[in-house]
Design a protein around this ligand. Structure first.
Ligand code: 13P
Ligand code: SF4
Length: 361
């Protein structure tokens, strides 16, 4: 197998040959050996914008996970090709809501609430579906067809505001934690947040709970972020007086409540880079990002809340070997691992994404 140096040389050489024909996007959770080759590194919202902003490139190589590459395909030009270096880079949270389950949920909600696509006398729909970016294109398409919208962790509040202006309730999926944390911060009480477990009739809630609900939460979660605990925060505070604790909003509610701040990967980055005094930070997010921020900001002490290293195992599947392989393919005129969303799904999914890009705080 090729050494790290050999792979780096191959990637650099292929990139040089391709020039402006290719743009490489990398999520913050990618390993450094991949991030060093990215033209843009960002959170999922910034990378969606970046996918739209490079019409000159023939190909967008997306170093991230499957749903992000699908989103890049939806937002890039019709002839541009989006490539995911390893097709096995999925997201276990996105897999927790499949389109059949969501359609089934929608039918069951209609049994309780009546026709979901007809507004009431105030012009409000009974339910606005809101999907987290971490979901398949098929689900974004469903949302687009039913008056709904996409959100990311950096704009969830703005998007929920958008939805509450148009509907009596929100069905939020797949991440229960982002949904609960955001709705709670907006003043929605916990008893107005029934949970929908797709494996139970009526999601495991009563018809009354659904009818009185404001935000119906889907039963999904991120296996990386659900590992963070209040005990870890207590320990960090005991051992590091004055520590600033910042967590990603995919963390459980008790963890977000115990932290000093919460926000998307880019919010975390900006909080650290914006601190003018040397500070100790305990961070609740994926380890590759935490370690990079620690290396780039030696004036601060930065550590991960979880002492057991917690990488996102699917993000980690983008190995530099795959990056070299897809780039060299492009040099030879071969497109490998293209992500292409079929038109029937792409058109409504794009509607849901464009609503997000246009939603104003
Ligand atoms: P960001 O939107 O903060 O980049 O998060 C994406 C993600 O998958 C977090 O687990
Ligand atoms: Fe999915 Fe969690 Fe990995 Fe983000 S960190 S890509 S939500 S599994």
């Amino acid at each position: 197998t090729a050494s790290d140096e050999e792979l780096t040389e191959r990637i650099v050489a292929a990139k040089q040959t391709l020039g402006d024909r290719v743009v490489i996007l990398g999520h913050f959770y990618q390993r450094d050996e991949v991030v060093q080759h990215a033209d843009y590194v960002g959170d999922s919202f910034q990378l969606a914008q970046a996918a739209k902003a490079h019409p000159e490139a023939e190909a967008i190589v997306f170093c991230g996970v499957h749903f992000m590459a699908e989103t890049a395909d939806l937002l890039s030009g019709p002839t541009q090709k989006v490539i995911l270096p390893n097709l096995a880079a999925g997201c276990s949270m996105a897999d927790m809501a499949d389109i059949d389950q969501v359609e089934d949920c929608w039918e069951q909600l209609a049994d309780v609430l009546g026709d979901l696509d007809t507004p009431d006398e105030d012009g409000l729909l009974p339910v606005i579906p809101v999907t987290y970016m971490n979901s398949s294109a098929a689900i974004k398409g469903f949302v687009g067809r039913h008056g709904g919208i996409v959100c990311t962790s950096s704009n969830a509040r703005t998007v929920l505001d958008w939805a509450f202006q148009r509907g009596r309730r929100v069905l939020f999926f797949p991440d229960q934690h982002l949904g609960r944390n955001t709705a709670k911060a907006m003043g929605v009480s916990l008893d107005q947040m029934p949970m929908w477990n797709p494996n139970r009739p009526l999601g495991g809630s009563s018809a009354e709970e659904i009818a009185e609900g404001r935000v119906i939460l889907w039963h999904g979660f991120c296996s990386v972020h659900r590992r963070f605990t209040v005990d870890q925060i207590d320990k960090a505070r005991a051992e590091h007086p004055g520590v600033r604790v910042i967590v990603h909003p995919e963390s459980p509610m008790a963890v977000v409540d115990a932290a000093d701040e919460s926000g998307s990967t880019d919010v975390i980055r900006r909080a650290i880079e914006g601190a003018t005094e040397p500070t100790t930070f305990a961070i609740g997010t994926e380890i590759n990002l935490v370690q990079r921020l620690a290396a780039q900001n030696p004036q601060h002490e930065i550590f991960c809340l979880d002492p057991v290293v917690c990488p996102c195992s699917t993000m980690y599947r983008i190995h530099p070997g795959y990056l070299a392989w897809v780039l060299e393919g492009l040099v030879d005129g071969t497109v490998q691992n293209q992500i292409e969303v079929p038109d029937a799904v792409a058109d409504p999914a794009r509607v849901a994404l464009e609503r997000m890009l246009e939603a104003k705080p």
